[in-house]
Design a protein around this ligand. Structure first.
Ligand code: AMP
Ligand code: ZN
Length: 137
């Protein structure tokens, strides 16, 4: 199912651009344009649902399968001592895009996180980070 008004449905369908890390029939992984740390990746199911429980269980399983693969690649690409996997449901939880997604955020210790969805990164820099992750997949 696709929602015509949803930006992540459009990114998943390729009608809006993204800096891709990995793609298969069920999921798309791409660089977050407002990263909380360098190497921040989003993984979306290609089917629409706002909350984690709004998508079929097999779509959630595919999302996590790909999340596991991307998290491992991000860890190895940047030799990150920590990887945060985050998934927000509802504005009160901080969700800003209402299409289910996993965040994979490398952590390097201490108070290294930027605020959520605030500051746009340089696309050329994101493309270089994406390439490092693709090589590690
Ligand atoms: P959430 O607040 O959990 O819904 O996360 C939405 C994330 O999507 C934020 O981290 C934003 O920086 C990110 N984001 C919003 N629009 C785009 C876009 N067009 N391409 C890539 N990331 C985006
Ligand atoms: Zn959607």
């Amino acid at each position: 199912m696709i929602d015509d008004t949803c930006i992540f449905c459009k990114i998943g369908a390729g009608t809006l651009p993204s800096i891709k890390v990995a793609e298969d029939d069920k999921t798309l992984s791409f660089m977050d344009i407002m990263p909380q740390s360098p190497g921040h990746v989003l993984i979306i199911p290609k089917t629409h649902g706002a909350m984690l429980w709004d998508i079929p269980a097999d779509a959630a399983a595919e999302l996590m399968r790909q999340g596991q693969r991307v998290a491992s690649a991000v860890q190895r690409a940047f030799d990150a001592p920590g990887i945060m996997v985050m998934q927000l449901n509802g504005a009160a939880a901080g969700q800003t895009v209402f299409h289910v997604h996993l965040h994979v955020i490398p952590r390097f210790g201490g108070l290294d996180l930027k605020l959520h969805a605030r500051e746009k990164a340089d696309p050329a820099e994101l493309a270089k980070l994406a390439e490092r992750i693709r090589v590690a997949l």
